[in-house]
Structure formats: structure tokens, C-alpha cells
Design a protein around this ligand. Structure first.
Ligand code: NAD
Length: 263
């Protein structure tokens, strides 16, 4: 998909990767660009930078997601590209409270379901449309420090696959953005897993450039870190070896910093 003259919605558009997507998309001269964010000031600031429209709301609320699409339909006649990018993390394993599990499920899965419910009928009627869903390398592999993030980002990919398979022949395209570390507020410098991610992190501008290329090629997986494709390919080749390698990395990250061998 080429972005010139298209109508685009970006959730989580006020910060980090979402903000960079809005800035990069603006260079392609879209017809309409909605900067959706939880934070009204951030949405307004980015919207001003990219000559877009700021809309504030929570993507876990279906009414908000519906409103984003309705706004685009009334103003520009439809949505061409819906980027579900909003996300967050919660550290921990099985002990993570149910409310946090549910929140990440709503944020990383139901927000994509709501986007499809709202935007797909119009896209199918027009015979074309595109969903970009931000998952993570943790959705293809794992995020060692967060069970809820890993599981829900896997589910983001599962829904994206389903959406693509069921609507491809009707002209609908779906891409899944799966970065490893990216320099944004999401990386926590005090967390050993995030310290590792930070050591090979890319910038938000690099991610945005990779997205524009991936959309142009209509690739399902958009991977700003090429090595993620190698780790992913290693998984079905020898699943037990893959599990062993990740468990060794975890062992290393669990050691106090001064005892850790160099990365
Ligand atoms: N930074 C990384 O290393 C990294 C790696 C892989 C994937 N990701 C994914 O990239 C996406 C963007 O994250 P980022 O790194 O730019 O972090 P960020 O914290 O800078 O941005 C996250 C955005 O999501 C928004 N958001 C969170 N909950 C929301 C909600 N309920 N409703 C609406 N908006 C909400 C926040 O307001 C913020 O604008 C996320 O889905 C994240 O999981 C990030």
C-alpha cells in the first residue's frame, strides 16, 4: 500500500513508535491522519506536527475505537489503514493479578477485534483496506520478563493471521509489526531483560521507515530487527533447543549484574 491520499488512524499515536509512525506517514501526504492517544496533550502536540486530527480515548473501550472509524468515515469517506499500536507491559509471571492479565488482553487483543469490527465492513464494501497491528518480537518468541505481555502479544499475531486469511481474497491486507527493543518509554533501564533489549535497540524513526517499506511490499511480518526472523525460524526447527537457549539467557539475566558475563 502506498500512503499518499490515504486515510490513516494510529492508536498510541502520542508517544514512541506511534508518534514516529504519524511523523513518517505525514511525509507521504495522506488525505487524513488521526492521532489517537490516551493522553490529550500528546495527541494534540503530534496532530499539530503532522497536520492531523487528535482524538483522545482508551482503545480498550469499544465505543472509542468505533468513534475513530466513524469520524474518518464521516469526514473522508472511510479508513484505508488502521494502525493498532497502543500497548503497555506488566512485569511478572503466573502471579500477575487477574486484572493486569485482563487489561493486557483488552489492550493487545480486544482493541484489534474492535478495530476490525468497526473498520472491516466499510473496507469490504470498498474492496480494499489495511490493518497494521503492533505486536512484538515477544509475540513471535517470548518476553522473558512478562508472561502477560508474551501471551497477549502472541494472541495479537494469532488474530492478525486469522483476519488476513479470512479477508485476503476480498482485498484486505494485514501486517504485524514485531520489533525487539526500541528506544521508547517502554524500556525500563532498571530491568535486566530490558537492558539486554536496549543494547541492540533501534530508534523509532528506524521502525517507522521499516513500516512504510513493509506496507509498500504488503508483508505480513514487519521486522525492524532482522535477527528476530532467524530466532523465529529456529523455533520449529528444534523447539527444545530454542527453549533451552532462552532459559539460559534468563539464567544470565537473573544473576546480579557484576556476576554476569558480557552480552
Ligand atoms: N519499545 C519497545 O521496545 C517495543 C518492542 C516491541 C513492541 N513494542 C510495542 O510497540 C507499541 C508502542 O509502544 P512504544 O514502545 O512506542 O511505547 P510508548 O509507551 O512510548 O507508547 C505506548 C502508547 O500506547 C498508548 N496506550 C497505552 N494504553 C492505551 C490505552 N488503553 N488506550 C489508548 N492508548 C494507550 C500510550 O498512551 C502510548 O502513547 C506497543 O504496542 C508496544 O507493545 C514496543
Amino acid at each position: 500500500m502506498q500512503l499518499t491520499d490515504k486515510v490513516i488512524i494510529v492508536t498510541g499515536g502520542g508517544h514512541g513508535i506511534g508518534r514516529a509512525l504519524c511523523q513518517r506517514f505525514a511525509q507521504e501526504r495522506p488525505r487524513g491522519l488521526i492521532v489517537a492517544s490516551l493522553n490529550p496533550d500528546a495527541a494534540e502536540e503530534v496532530a499539530k506536527e503532522v497536520s492531523g486530527i487528535a482524538i483522545t480515548g482508551d482503545v480498550c473501550d469499544e465505543a472509542h475505537v468505533k468513534h475513530l472509524v466513524q469520524f474518518a468515515e464521516e469526514r473522508w469517506g472511510g479508513v484505508d489503514l488502521f494502525c493498532s499500536n497502543a500497548g503497555a507491559t506488566v512485569k511478572g509471571g503466573a502471579e500477575t493479578p487477574d486484572d493486569d492479565w485482563q487489561h493486557l488482553w483488552n489492550l493487545h487483543v480486544m482493541s484489534n477485534v474492535y478495530a476490525a469490527r468497526a473498520a472491516l465492513p466499510g473496507m469490504l464494501a470498498r474492496g480494499h483496506g489495511y490493518f497494521l497491528q503492533t505486536s512484538s518480537a515477544g509475540g513471535l518468541l517470548t518476553e522473558v520478563g512478562s508472561a502477560a505481555y508474551s501471551v497477549t502479544k502472541h494472541a495479537t499475531i494469532a488474530f492478525a493471521e486469522w483476519l488476513s486469511i479470512n479477508n485476503r481474497r476480498a482485498g484486505i491486507r494485514v501486517s504485524c509489526l514485531c520489533p525487539s527493543g526500541v528506544h521508547t518509554d517502554m524500556l525500563d533501564a532498571s530491568d535486566p531483560v530490558h537492558q539486554f533489549l536496549q543494547s541492540h535497540a533501534v530508534t523509532v524513526e528506524q521502525v517507522a521507515e521499516c513500516v512504510v517499506q513493509g506496507l509498500a511490499e504488503e508483508k505480513f511480518l514487519i521486522l525492524p530487527h532482522p535477527e528476530v526472523a532467524d530466532f523465529f525460524a529456529a523455533k520449529p526447527t528444534d523447539y527444545d533447543r530454542w527453549l533451552h537457549q532462552f532459559s539460559r539467557m534468563k539464567e544470565k539475566w537473573d544473576r546480579p549484574r557484576k556476576q554476569r558475563p558480557a552480552a
